[in-house]
Design a protein around this ligand. Structure first.
Ligand SMILES: [Zn+2]
Length: 158
């Protein structure tokens, strides 16, 4: 299950048509609207999933009525109900600021062993032991730190 911020939403299309934003919502390149915060084109996400051996299945679009205009005019329970109905159109088009995609792995890689949650990025071992400082790989003995409850698999300690 994947959720991403959709750059091709109705608000960005309107802003682009009115020349109030420089980047095109139809261009497939991601746009970084704030540092390390990106909006993505739905077709680019589908292509990246395919390249990683995933097949995109169901798409749900959410936050159809995020605009302040709707929030001022309509009561919140009605907006939530309307959004619940409209999200099923996600398979037809994706024009909302947020999109959920259910994708299924189609590759021929080995299956993850039952009960495995983590995989060592350095050696590929599935057996990582949880400790006070993080996760330790039982194969290569690397410690993958946990800071403030967040595991850090970017740095490869020796
Ligand atoms: Zn390892």
């Amino acid at each position: 299950m994947l959720e991403f911020a959709n750059k091709r939403n109705l608000k960005s299309i309107a802003r682009w048509l009115l020349r109030r934003q420089t980047w095109s919502p139809f261009d497939r390149a991601p746009v970084e609207f704030a540092q390390l915060n990106f909006d993505f084109h739905p077709d680019a996400v589908t292509d990246w999933l395919l390249a990683a051996d995933f097949k995109a299945e169901r798409r749900l679009t959410v936050s159809h009525f995020r605009l302040p205009f709707f929030k001022r005019l309509l009561p919140l329970p009605l907006l939530v109900g309307m959004d619940s109905l409209a999200q099923w159109t996600g398979g037809l088009w994706q024009l909302t600021p947020s999109v959920f995609v259910r994708a299924r792995a189609t590759g021929t890689d080995e299956a993850t062993p039952a009960g495995a949650l983590w995989r060592c990025p350095a050696c590929g071992n599935f057996d990582l032991r949880s400790g006070l400082d993080g996760l330790t790989c039982t194969e290569c003995q690397r410690l993958w730190a946990c800071r403030d409850g967040i595991y850090d698999f970017r740095d490869a300690p020796a």
